[in-house]
Ligand binder design. Structure first.
Ligand code: AMP
Length: 437
């Protein structure tokens, strides 16, 4: 056992057992840094993205405390409150607690909108150890006195940047005002813009700070490329990509990102008509519709999912081999979240962005955030060299021009199977990015 293995962390035996069963031997950088701090009872401000293993970094110490100090919980109360921006992410976090806490006696429930509230109200009646909730429905149930936050010991804010983007700032502040002051608070965000740090300061007490450099995570790990094309060429290029994916031996599933709900619907419909079984998920679909679509996607019955950013949060499907940004995101951080939908749990992944003339500015912003050029892929008949040139010319801040990748598929041989390989988890990930391959 080396000091950088899970076995060296003072986590309770039932948790160690689960980690062995999951084949997690090496903590990810955020886990390595955050778990000891949280076990000491300190507050935490963590800058870490989806795909870094951040969920286990808070779920394991919380489950440890629940196991070591079991407690009778009052009706309608919870010991742990995790706030997540979307129902998908809430579901994902809930699932992680179930997985990691498989050998621990604890009660948990989920609260989110878009579904009937009665089962949620009943689940809270006897109190729970872990409540994972989205802000809006949580406030509804607090106002109806179905949930009482006065017993919260652990408070986790997950994906705070996204929560603020979605307009939840007021709800979050309201929820915080209802928490007891004697609590441990954990704050996770993919970015630490000044407004986010300001909010953190009102919530955390003398927090330890952990920063996982985004440049060392998703953008470097995943093979991502940009195609310079005009709008009309996006459809035939997407179909070419999907045909390639249908022939893949593994990672057959594809997520296609659309900027608008209407665009997602339209694209899914026309893909179906062209012989690519596809479904759309976005904020206008009911929870039941989204769950059904996700289930069919996971099973490979509809191997193409057209999604908007919000709907795709927390979608953790292992077999996604391709992400296509049919529209580039207008928020650069969303790019990292999107491409992080592929290459999950150590699998191979590729992300291709289709960039038209009016999206060059978005691409420039993305490259600033990920601190690297997105390598271009021009080995297709719709490539527009003039657009690629314009991109180079409008790029500011120096940096080398993206190199042409020439071939269609680059190695991807830097991934192991069965869970992520965090054996290099000293805080920096030394894998070489696609730009250097
Ligand atoms: P997260 O960033 O929490 O969404 O986690 C990303 C993925 O990594 C999830 O599929 C986890 O199951 C997986 N994972 C988390 N921690 C580890 C670890 N230490 N070793 C291997 N896989 C992990």
């Amino acid at each position: 056992m080396t000091p950088n293995e899970f076995a060296a962390l003072p986590l309770a035996a039932p948790l160690q057992q689960v980690l062995r069963e999951l084949n997690y031997t090496t903590p990810s950088p955020v886990q390595l840094q955050a778990i000891p701090i949280l076990l000491e009872g300190r507050d935490l401000l963590a800058c870490a993205q989806t795909g870094t293993g951040k969920t286990a970094s808070f779920a394991l110490p919380i489950l440890h405390a629940i196991h070591e100090r079991p407690k009778q919980i009052k009706p309608r109360c919870c010991r742990t409150l995790v706030l997540a921006p979307t129902r998908e992410l809430a579901g994902q976090v809930g699932k992680s607690f179930t997985t990691y806490g498989a050998n621990i006696r604890f009660k948990q429930t989920l609260i989110y909108g878009g579904v009937g509230q009665n089962p949620q109200v009943s689940a809270m009646r006897g109190g729970v150890d872990v409540l994972v909730a989205t802000p809006g429905r949580l406030i509804d149930l607090i106002e109806q006195r179905a949930v009482d936050l006065s017993g919260v010991e652990f408070f986790v804010l997950d994906e705070v940047d996204r929560m603020l983007d979605m307009g939840f700032a007021r709800d979050v502040k309201r929820i915080v005002s209802l928490l007891p002051s004697n609590r441990q608070s954990l704050f996770f965000s993919a970015t630490l813009a000044p407004s986010i740090v300001d909010l953190a300061q009102t919530i955390l007490r003398n927090p330890a700070r952990v920063t996982i450099d985004p440049g060392t995570t998703t953008a470097e790990r995943i093979e991502h490329q940009v195609c310079f094309v005009d709008r009309e060429s996006k459809r035939p290029l997407l179909e070419q990509l999907l045909r390639g994916q249908a022939e893949a031996t593994s990672g057959k599933l594809t997520i296609v990102f659309s900027r608008t709900k209407h665009g997602a619907n339209k694209l899914a419909k026309s893909l179906c008509l062209s012989g690519f079984p596809a479904d759309a998920i976005h904020g206008n679909k009911s929870q039941a519709q989204r769950e059904k679509a996700l289930e069919k996607f996971k099973k490979g019955l509809t191997p193409v999912l057209v999604a908007t950013d919000v709907a795709a949060r927390g979608v953790d499907v292992k077999d996604v081999g391709l992400v296509v940004n049919f529209d580039l995101p207008n928020e650069p951080e969303a790019y990292v979240h999107r491409i992080g939908r592929t290459g999950r749990a150590g699998a191979e992944g590729r992300a291709v962005s289709l960039c038209a003339d009016d999206e060059l500015e978005y691409l420039r912003e993305i490259e600033k955030v990920i601190k690297m050029p997105v390598p271009r892929w021009d080995d297709h008949e719709w490539h527009l060299e003039a657009l690629a040139d314009r991109h180079l010319r409008i790029k500011t801040g120096g940096g080398k021009a993206p190199q042409s990748q020439g071939g269609r598929r680059q190695g991807g041989g830097n991934r192991g199977g069965g869970g992520r390989d965090y054996s290099n988890a000293s805080g920096r990930n030394n894998r070489r990015g696609p730009a250097s391959r």
